[in-house]
Design a protein around this ligand. Structure first.
Ligand SMILES: Nc1nc2c(ncn2[C@@H]2O[C@H](COP(=O)(O)OP(=O)(O)OP(=O)(O)O)[C@@H](O)[C@H]2O)c(=O)[nH]1
Ligand SMILES: [Mg+2]
Length: 253
C-alpha cells in the first residue's frame, strides 16, 4: 500500500513537472485567442483555489505506463434541450454513441507539452430526476458545468436548483456557468440581451462561478472552457480575458 502511494505520488510529481515545464516554455505564446499568459498571481477568479494534488480519486495518474496521464472528471448539468450533448460532442469531436443510459459520458485527452490530461465528461439529461444519476455524475468531478440556454430565461433560473442539488454530492468542484446558443441569443433585441447578460452575471457571482457564453454551432468558447479548467486546476500561467461587451460572447469572473 505504501509502495503504491509512493509510486502514485512520484507519478504525480512527474506530471506536475511536465505541466510546469510547459508553463515556462509557453510564456510568450497564446494558447487560445482570448487566453493570455500572465503571472500566476494574475490568474485569479472567484473564491476557487485549486485543491492540493490528490494521490487517488478524481485527478490521478493511472499506472507507470500512464505516468504522464492525469484523469479528471467534469460533469455537465442543466435543463432539457439546452445543448449539453451538442456541447459535449463538439468538444470531444465525436458523435453521440447510442445506448449509454441516462448519464452520458465521453472522454477526451488534452495534450499539454509532455503531459496528458484525460477529461472524462459526464452529462446528466435534463429530464433525469434520479438522485443516484446526479450523484454518479457529480461524485469526484473537479469541475461542474452549469448550463442554460441564453434564449430561455427559465433555464437560467433553474441553474440555482441544479447548483443546490449538485452541491449535495460535491462541495469542492469548481463551478462554471455556461450560457448556450449564443448564435440565437445575438438575434434578440439588445435590451433583452442586456437583461439576460446581467442576470447571468449576477448568478455567476452568487455561485462564485466563471461565466462563459458559448455556441456549439459556431464553435465559440467550447474548447476554451476546458482549457480554462485545466489551467485553473494545474495553476498554469494562462488567463482568460473578461469580455462584458453586449453582442459579444461574454466571459466574466
Ligand atoms: N442555435 C443553436 N442550437 C443549438 C446549439 N447547441 C445545441 N443546439 C440545439 O439544441 C437542441 C438540444 O440540444 P441537445 O444537445 O440535445 O440538448 P441537451 O441539453 O443535451 O438535451 P437533454 O439531453 O435532453 O437534456 C438541438 O436541437 C440542438 O441542435 C447552439 O449552439 N446553437
Ligand atoms: Mg443530452
Amino acid at each position: 500500500m505504501i509502495a503504491l502511494k509512493k509510486c502514485v505520488t512520484s507519478s504525480w510529481k512527474r506530471v506536475v513537472g511536465c505541466l510546469m515545464q510547459f508553463s515556462a516554455h509557453n510564456n510568450h505564446h497564446n494558447i487560445d485567442n482570448n487566453i493570455h499568459h500572465h503571472h500566476l498571481e494574475a490568474y485569479s477568479s472567484p473564491a476557487y483555489s485549486p485543491p492540493p494534488p490528490p494521490i487517488n480519486g478524481a485527478m490521478s495518474p493511472r499506472s507507470d505506463d500512464d505516468a504522464d496521464l492525469v484523469s479528471i472528471k467534469v460533469c455537465i448539468l442543466g435543463d432539457p434541450k439546452i445543448g449539453k450533448t451538442s456541447f459535449l460532442t463538439k468538444y470531444v469531436g465525436r458523435e453521440k454513441e447510442e445506448g449509454k443510459g441516462l448519464n452520458y459520458q465521453m472522454d477526451k485527452t488534452m495534450y499539454v507539452s509532455g503531459a496528458r490530461i484525460a477529461f472524462s465528461i459526464c452529462e446528466v439529461q435534463g429530464t433525469d430526476n434520479s438522485q443516484s444519476h446526479l450523484q454518479l455524475a457529480c461524485k469526484d468531478s473537479v469541475a461542474m458545468l452549469f448550463m442554460f440556454d441564453l434564449t430561455s430565461r427559465c433555464t437560467l433560473n433553474s441553474v440555482i436548483n441544479w447548483y443546490k442539488e449538485a452541491r449535495k454530492w460535491n462541495q469542492s468542484a469548481m463551478p462554471v456557468l455556461v450560457g448556450t446558443k449564443f448564435d440565437d441569443f445575438v438575434q434578440l433585441p439588445l435590451d433583452l440581451q442586456w437583461t439576460i447578460a446581467n442576470q447571468a452575471r449576477g448568478y455567476a457571482k452568487a455561485l462564485n462561478a466563471t461565466l462563459f457564453f458559448s455556441s456549439t454551432n459556431y464553435n465559440i468558447n467550447v474548447n476554451k472552457i476546458f482549457k480554462f479548467i485545466a489551467a485553473k486546476l494545474f495553476n498554469l500561467p494562462w488567463s482568460i480575458e473578461r469580455n462584458l461587451t453586449i453582442g459579444e460572447p461574454i466571459i466574466d469572473f
